[in-house]
Write a protein that binds this ligand. Structure first.
Ligand SMILES: C[S@@+](CC[C@H](N)C(=O)[O-])C[C@H]1O[C@@H](n2cnc3c(N)ncnc32)[C@H](O)[C@@H]1O
Length: 281
């Protein structure tokens, strides 16, 4: 199962490796991604089931297919290059576009809805928490002063005015854009909800592979894998509600797998990727 189909690169690899009989369920919330993946995967048409749905529904999706367990699940989190590069979707601060940032139509709010309706303190908290942005308070105040904001360029101008470029290489709007994208798509809560479902849906010996692109996501994956790979013999005080249980998974790699220098050279967006793999016990 590929919970984040995108353009279908991973799915194609899985289908090639599992030929001639392996079947794949692929999910994505983005109808454009699904259309492209359908083309990419056309040679394997009879072995694929593609559904426009969030990976937070992964247990239900498997149930609907009548699959009780699967051999592998991959989640490649965040936005795709295709989404970043489609100007009108508003993910990139380098192009002027409406402030949208939704991965798919199921998202209830756009980035414009958030910047124009949240209170100053809600915006500051969001930008601090999801963007790890030091200037969150200044930026939130400036947004509230200048709103309504409708386009990425308007938002970038507001941020640049109060948070000038420092010595570091990242553009001052990077962290605020990341924060808005995470909030619009409810990304962290989605990962938290998907991981236990994924582990429950694996065969014994089946593997869950998760690629994350920023520390907030990676921490959720890392903590979940650590927790579920421990035997809980005498539950610590804060987990007294847990009954004793054996570890449910084992971590295949203790440290995350990172791209090689060569891969980063060919694909600079891979530079912050971290792959963690767990195996069902
Ligand atoms: C990094 S890309 C995946 C690229 C893919 N592995 C490939 O080989 O082309 C992430 C994809 O996950 C999708 N996505 C994000 N959140 C999702 C969710 N909650 N459920 C399903 N898909 C989601 C995005 O729309 C995007 O297409």
């Amino acid at each position: 199962m590929d919970g984040t189909l995108g353009a279908g690169g991973h799915a194609r690899g899985i289908l090639e490796a599992s030929a001639p009989d392996g079947q794949l369920l692929g999910l994505d919330v983005d109808p454009q991604a699904l259309a492209i993946a359908r083309e990419t995967l056309a040679p394997h048409e009879h072995r694929i089931h593609l559904v426009q749905a969030s990976y937070i529904t992964l247990s239900d999706q498997l149930k609907q297919l009548g699959w009780s367990e699967v051999d592998g699940i991959v989640l490649d989190l965040g936005a795709s290059s295709m989404q970043f590069d489609t100007r009108e979707r508003g993910f990139s601060f380098q192009h002027d576009a409406p402030l949208d940032m939704r991965f798919g139509p199921q998202a209830l709010q756009t980035a414009a809805d958030l910047v124009n309706t949240y209170s100053e303190s809600e915006l500051a908290d969001l930008i601090y928490e999801y963007g790890e942005e030091r200037d969150s308070r200044k930026i939130a105040r400036a947004i509230v002063d200048k709103r309504p904001l409708h386009t990425t360029r308007e938002l970038v101008a507001v941020i640049e005015a109060v948070s000038p470029r420092r010595g570091d290489r990242v553009h001052p709007a990077t962290r605020t854009f990341q924060a808005l994208r995470i909030a619009v798509n409810d990304e962290l809560a989605s990962v938290e909800s998907a991981l236990p479902q994924a582990v429950t849906s694996l065969n014994v010996g089946g593997r869950l592979a998760v690629i994350s692109f920023h520390s907030l996501e990676d921490r959720i994956v890392k903590d979940f894998f650590r927790e579920q790979s421990k035997d809980l013999v005498n539950p610590p005080y804060e987990q007294l509600y847990e009954t004793e249980r054996k570890a449910i998974i084992k971590e295949v790699n203790r440290k995350p797998i990172m791209p090689s220098e060569e891969e980063t050279k060919n694909n600079p967006r891979a530079r912050s990727a971290k792959l963690r793999i767990a195996e069902k016990m």
